[in-house]
Design a protein around this ligand. Sequence first.
Ligand code: SAM
Length: 237
Amino acid sequence: MLNRELLCRVTKNFNTELDENALERLDVFAEMLVETNKSFNLTAITQPDEVSLKHFADCLAIFKFVDFPENSSVIDVGTGAGFPGLVLLMARPDLKVTLLDSTKKKLGFIENVLKETGLNAQLLHARAEEAGKMPEYREKFDFAAARAVANLCSLSEYCLPFVKVGGKFVSMKSASSDEEFLQAKKAVGLLGGEFCGDYLFDLAENLPRRIFTVKKISQTPTKYPRPSAKIAKSPIK
Ligand code: SAM
């Protein structure tokens, strides 16, 4: 199922070594993703090469630009079927990964993959803007990461409350996100963050990608995150 050769070739400069165990886990994940997808829509990407490239290599690109010290804690906000958090965990089982999503059924799929691969992660069924207010999750993570969840402005309000001062928020975006980036600058500042990285790269030919990193430099004011309707209706500008 997994195209190991393609995955290893594309990720060879990503500062992470995919050993035999990691490849085996990713293979199981890919099989289960495609199989479950027949009865429950988890992804539009189901061809082996595409899963290897557009899901797995795409998520692993985070390691190229962000250094995760051993045993760091990471929350994946809006993980869906496990992207990027479950892929990061498969490559780096030392990470303490929390996978958050508002759709319980998707977390059920992840739970099955964790069981099958013998990995451990915390599954959190919640809306980000609600969990971000809870003392057990607020400013408790070294990293928050997200892919394809919301525009950078709302996403910053979802993610930055989870990050400890000194930690980072990592946002995976399309290459054409200049406008979002400019619009999110004020929100990031108000939420206690500061953009510290903007990495534009080609995952493969004709697959441009962009990763933004934000450093948490001060605590997020307690009024954030606001309720979902407010975030949607009045983005911080
Ligand atoms: N990150 C995954 C990926 O890249 O494949 C999933 C992307 S999917 C388009 C967006 C996911 O974010 C969905 O699973 C949805 O349930 C979740 N989501 C969106 N807004 C959310 C929120 N405010 N709190 C929690 N989960 C949210």
